[in-house]
Design a protein around this ligand. Structure first.
Ligand code: EPU
Length: 337
C-alpha cells in the first residue's frame, strides 16, 4: 500500500482544477480497500472516482482513495438477456462500447458520459430518455462501518432523477465496488423518441436502427453540444433541471409564455435549467477563465486556469439571477468540495 504525498488532482477532475491532495492512494482491488478501512487510526478519507461530477474549491486534507479497480465480464446469459458486471474503476463509456460490440442493447443512449462505473448508481446517470435504473440489476458496495460487502437491488437503490439511496440515507456509508446491468441480446427496446436522436437517425438515412446506430447518433449529438473535457474543462450539466409544481409552472407560463416544461408525475413539471440560464443572458458568458458553454448553457467551463472558487462564484451568480427573475432555485448537480 503506497500512499503518495502532495499529488496534484488536475488529471483526476474533468474541470481540470489544479489543487493538491495531501495524501493519495490508488485502489486497484477490493482487498486493498478493505485493508485501508481496517487500518488502526484510519485517517479521514475521500473517495475519488472519475472526477467528472466534481468541483474542487480547496486542497484535500483527507486521504484520497482513487478508485481504479478494473474488470468486466458477462455473469449470466439466458439467450434473451445478459447480466454484465463491471468493477467500480472501469471507464463507463468503454463499458458501453464493449457491450454494444458484443451485440448487447441497453446502454446505447448513455454513450460518451464521462466517469467510471462505480459512481453511476449514485446519481443514476441519464441521457436522451434513458437512465441507469432502466438497465440496473444490482451493485455491490463496501459498508464503511463494518468492512462487509453488501449487495443492493434496484429497489434498495431507490433511484430518482439524478438521485439514489447513496445520495440520501446511505450517504457516506458505502463505497460501491461493482455494478451489474441487465442488457438485451434480442428484441432490443430502443428509446429513440428524444427529438435529437430521431432527426440524427433520419439524417443518416437509418430507418431500423441497431443499438450501435443509436449510440453513434448519441455520440454525434453529444459531440455537437457538449464540450470534450480533454479539450475544455467541464463537468457536464452543472445544475439539475428544476422540478416545480404544475400550479407554479402555469403561473410562470402566464408571465413567460415561451417557458418550456415537461410534465412529471404528482402534478409536477420539469423546467430546463439551460433555458432559464440562457434567458438570463449567461450563455457564452466568460469572466477570466470561468465561463458558460457557448452551445449549452447548463454546462460551466474552465478555459484554462479558472479556480474552483471562481467557478463557484459564477454558479452562484447564475443561481441569484435565475431566482430573482423566475423565483426558481437551481440546485447544483456536481459535488462541490
Ligand atoms: N436549453 C436552452 N438553452 C440551452 C440549453 C438547453 O434553451 O443553452 C433548453 C432547450 O429548451 C432544450 C432543453 O433545454 O430543448 C433541453 O436541453 P438538452 O436536450 O441539451 O438537455 P438538458 O436538459 O440541458 C439533460 C441532462 C444531460 C443529458 C441531456 C440529454 C440534466 C441535469 N442534464 O440536459 O446530462 O445529456 O439532458 O438527455 O438532467 C449531465 O448530467 O451531466 C448531462 C450532460
Amino acid at each position: 500500500m503506497e500512499i503518495q504525498k502532495n499529488v496534484s488532482l488536475k488529471p483526476y477532475n474533468t474541470f481540470g482544477i489544479d489543487l493538491p491532495a495531501q495524501e493519495f492512494l490508488e485502489i486497484e482491488s477490493v482487498t486493498t480497500l478493505q485493508q485501508v478501512l481496517q487500518l488502526a487510526n484510519r485517517p479521514e478519507f475521500f473517495v475519488l472516482s472519475g472526477g467528472s461530477n466534481l468541483l474542487l474549491t480547496a486542497p484535500l486534507k483527507a486521504l484520497v482513495l482513487y478508485m481504479n479497480i478494473q474488470g468486466k465480464e458477462i455473469l449470466k446469459d439466458d439467450g434473451q438477456t445478459a447480466i454484465v458486471q463491471a468493477m467500480a474503476g472501469e471507464n463507463w463509456h468503454e463499458l458501453v462500447m464493449w457491450s454494444l460490440s458484443m451485440g448487447l442493447g441497453g446502454l446505447e443512449n448513455l454513450a460518451l458520459i464521462p466517469g467510471k462505473c462505480g459512481t453511476t448508481p449514485i446519481q443514476n446517470i441519464g441521457a436522451y430518455g434513458v437512465e441507469l435504473k432502466d438497465v440496473f440489476y444490482a451493485c455491490e458496495a463496501l459498508e464503511i462501518a463494518t468492512g462487509r460487502i453488501c449487495r443492493f437491488t434496484p429497489e434498495e437503490c431507490n433511484f430518482g432523477y439524478r438521485d439514489s439511496f447513496f445520495k440520501r440515507e446511505g450517504k457516506g456509508a458505502y463505497i460501491i465496488t461493482s455494478i451489474a446491468l441487465r442488457l438485451s441480446k434480442t428484441n432490443h427496446k430502443l428509446s429513440t423518441s428524444y427529438g435529437a436522436i430521431q432527426s440524427e437517425l433520419s439524417q443518416r438515412g437509418i430507418e431500423s436502427p441497431t443499438p450501435m446506430d443509436v449510440a453513434e447518433a448519441v455520440i454525434a449529438i453529444r459531440q455537437s453540444k457538449l464540450p470534450d473535457p480533454k479539450v475544455l474543462g467541464n463537468s457536464g450539466s452543472f445544475f439539475k433541471n428544476p422540478v416545480i409544481s404544475t400550479t407554479e409552472y402555469t403561473a410562470l407560463k402566464n408571465r413567460f409564455p415561451e417557458l418550456p416544461g415537461y410534465p412529471q408525475k404528482d402534478e409536477m413539471t420539469k423546467v430546463p435549467a439551460g433555458w432559464l440560464i440562457e434567458k438570463c443572458g449567461f450563455k457564452g458568458y466568460r469572466k477570466g477563465d470561468a465561463g458558460v458553454h457557448v452551445k449549452q448553457a447548463l454546462v460551466l467551463v474552465n478555459y484554462g486556469t479558472a479556480s474552483g472558487q471562481e467557478l463557484l462564484e459564477l454558479a452562484q451568480s447564475i443561481q441569484d439571477k435565475v431566482r430573482n427573475t423566475y423565483g426558481i432555485e437551481l440546485t447544483p448537480e456536481v459535488n462541490i468540495i
